[in-house]
Design a binder for this molecule. Sequence first.
Ligand SMILES: [Zn+2]
Length: 398
Amino acid sequence: MAARAVLAHSAAGAARADSTILTGARIVLPNGTVENGTVTVEGTKITAAGAGPAPAGAPVRDLTGHWIVPGFVDIHNHGGGGASFVGGTADEVLTGVRTHREHGTTTVIASLVTGDTGFLARRAGELADLVEQGDLAGVHFEGPFISPCRKGAHNEQLLRDPDPAEVRKLIDAARGTAKMMTLATELPGGLDSVRLLAEHGVIAAIGHTDATYEQTVEAIDAGATVATHLFNAMPPLGHRAPGPIAALLEDERITVELINDGTHLHPAALELAFHRAGAGRVAFITDAMDAAGFGDGVYQLGTLAVDVTDGVARLVEGGSIAGSTLTLDTAFRRAATVDLLPVEDIVQAISVNPAKLLGLYDRIGSLEPGKDADLVVLDAEFALKGVMRHGEWIIEPK
Ligand SMILES: [Zn+2]
């Protein structure tokens, strides 16, 4: 192995080598964190990850003082880098994907918003091409089957009750790449739609909902497994009417999405969710729109205009929060430095759990031999210093 590594390094140069050995770092493994560990990458795969020094004689990259964690997995994301997954050209979608990769997200789902179902079906087909090429990990329909009472940044004129036939049309249009649909399961046709999604292996996510506690329990029993941005776009927790939040937090079958940008959630709400659900049932998401990793300005989210000021995205009409400008490296740093969560718990929420939800944990989501070489290098203050995807540096640590 060492001889091969030497040859590969001299042939391929620093940016793309067939073998890379990272040493000296704190490495977050499935069973815990090791100090002064080593990760070996050959080609696109991890071949070793664990305690102990690199093999003698092999060229290594010393990352003493840094963390190495698995690449981040974002299951709810509408765009970034000034580009939209909802309406951009294929090149624009790739710009958004690239932007999020530069912030540590090595696997991303493209989330749509409410639109005309003809448009959504066409759009899903376009995005399916990018999933088949390996640039995206799937398609997420957020709407149009959501509650007008909790519409957030969705166009009210285009909302409708869930209709299993229409749900079927959309998932068929995605040609097997539909991974998740967010719907208000209390609406007429909601529970039948949840059953249909579950039968087709598509995650039914409860969100933009006005459901009661009891209605939410019914939806979980019907097969829903995710809470779309828990707390946001749903009734608040009440002591006589606990609503969807209590039902979603207490049920072991549910993973709750959290947008940890400091705008969507108070730190105390995040802590409540983490403690009630446990680190094994939380997924950090961005819910990012085009301005993520780009800047303030006026953007379009689906059919609606959005103003971004100081990194906060709001609808021009009415002022609802309209997605975020978050990237997952910022969510990670915030979780570590503001919320003071253990790094292992953050890795669960940002890599392990979303990879499992997508059915991809055999390939991604942890640092283990045989998995894709997707990893993030953070410094001691949790600032992003490096990103590797499929063995290739997206951001090379200096
Ligand atoms: Zn969203």
